[in-house]
Design a protein around this ligand. Structure first.
Ligand code: EPZ
Length: 422
């Protein structure tokens, strides 16, 4: 297992290109199952999770050609000969559950392994299943798999009201509804930019969707969808992550492709902490206003609130802030596993249930730390950039799931960072 060595040092200055969104690409790729015509995604990120989804779709019979170094995914699901998403692939990546809705909508049957939990929480899929049942699916859960059938081979439109916001359940239901017979209304739907991106791609394929970007989506099912070429939206979580690099180290960094509308709540918090974000013709330019950020309080919420996927990274910044910050994690039940690792670096953090109280220190100290999940891993790298001495982050396979070429991107801005092959 590789590690990453970071030597804390001075300010970071330069330019970082932001890739296409992992969490958009992972829901766009299963859309290929809804058509027999080619679906091509451009601006795709080069990440291990994308390779896992490629492997899963391939196991079903889809063809996924990775072109231009992985930035273009040319997909064709002309011949789907297998309708079982196997546990060995699904267990590696929870987003695999997103093939259930499209497979059911395409051919009226599917067998998909339940994804199981992960480090940050139990992460059940009950909302996904209830939505598909509302659309007429017969679901039988046995042997750790969902055995799904649509009576008569086709789902039917339904009104689905989610008891709370779920990104994945909204995506599965939206994908399925495009080919259902009749109208589907999704109430209390997630509004994340990745869902807007999916809806826009589905529209390009011929889907009829109203209410995009709102919490109520209305989908008029059609008999078939065509192919399309669609650019994956910018990754707002990678964007927010790298915006924190100059905030924690000092200096000025321009994030190419950054869009303020993707990170509104996050930018408000940065401004409150004393970090300026300026829109430029190429993206967003970020600079800390003083020598040290100010403490701020953070509550994670569904979009457009503060993203849970930036909570760990923000905690790393607040470990060096002037004052006491309170972070409340309201989306996942166990998403503070970066805290004990940050404590090893001299941070002062008290965790009680879903609330972490961070008392800022002048300087963190480099240490050997361990990545526990994707966003925790990058938060430790951010902390290491600002710490005195060397930090070695182990188990960086977590990192490679969601961040492409981290050493290259941060190194180009003057960071002392290198990968140590195991
Ligand atoms: C998506 O996960 C993202 N993953 C997550 O990003 C992100 O943290 C999350 O949305 C919230 O924004 C992808 O898009 C691939 P949810 P998802 O359904 O869809 C509970 C990252 O770091 N829930 O919105 O799984 C669930 O346990 C990853 O890139 C149910 O109880 O998130 C959680 O507590 C991490 N039953 C809450 O709802 C369900 O059926 C929100 O989950 C579904 C979810």
């Amino acid at each position: 297992m590789d590690s990453i060595l970071v030597r804390g040092g001075g300010a970071l200055n330069g330019v970082i290109p932001i890739a296409g969104a992992k969490n958009a690409c992972l829901t766009l790729m299963p859309a290929t199952l809804l058509t027999t015509e080619p679906l091509t995604l451009t601006n795709a990120p080069r990440l291990s999770d994308i390779l896992t989804m490629t492997q899963l779709l391939g196991s079903l019979g889809a063809e996924v050609a990775s072109l231009q170094g992985g930035q273009v995914l040319a997909m064709s699901s002309h011949d789907i000969h297998n309708h079982t998403a196997d546990y060995d692939i699904v267990r590696k990546m929870r987003a695999s559950i997103l093939v259930l809705g499209p497979m059911l909508a395409r051919d009226g049957h599917a067998i998909v392994s339940l994804p199981g939990g992960c480090a940050i929480g139990a992460r059940p899929v009950d909302l996904h299943l209830r939505a598909l049942e509302a659309m007429g699916a017969d679901l039988d859960l046995r042997d750790g798999y969902v055995h799904a059938k649509a009576p008569g081979g086709r789902l039917k439109g339904a009104v689905v009201e989610f008891p709370f916001v779920s990104v994945g359940a909204t995506e599965n239901a939206l994908l399925a509804a495009t080919l259902a017979k009749g109208t589907t209304v999704l109430k209390n739907a997630a509004r994340e930019p990745e869902i807007v991106d999916l809806a826009q791609c589905l529209q390009r394929m011929g889907a009829q969707i109203d209410g995009i970007g709102t919490s109520t989506l209305t989908i008029q099912g059609v008999d078939r969808l065509g192919g399309a070429t669609h650019p994956v939206v910018t990754d707002r979580i990678e964007l927010g992550t790298y915006m924190l690099a100059p905030a924690i180290c000092g200096g000025e960094v321009e994030l190419l492709g950054g869009r303020m509308d993707l990170v509104g709540a996050f930018c408000e918090k940065l401004d409150e902490a004393g970090v300026s974000v300026e829109e430029t013709p190429r993206g967003l330019k970020v600079k800390r206003r003083g020598d040290r950020v100010k403490a701020v309080n953070v509550v994670t919420e569904p979009f457009p609130g503060f993203p849970t996927d930036l909570q760990a990274q923000m905690m790393a910044l607040l470990c060096t802030a002037d004052g006491v910050s309170v972070l409340e994690e309201r989306i996942f039940e166990n998403r503070f596993m970066h805290a004990p690792e940050l404590l090893r670096m001299g941070a002062k953090i008290d965790v009680h249930g879903g609330t972490a109280t961070v008392t800022g220190v002048q300087k963190l100290k480099g240490a050997r730390v361990m990545a526990t999940d994707l966003r925790a891993s990058i938060s430790l790298i951010l902390a290491g950039l600002a710490a005195e001495g060397e930090t070695v982050v182990s188990r960086v396979y977590h990192l490679d799931r969601g961040y492409e070429r981290v050493e290259e991107k941060l190194g180009a801005c003057g960071a002392h960072i290198e990968r140590i092959a195991s």
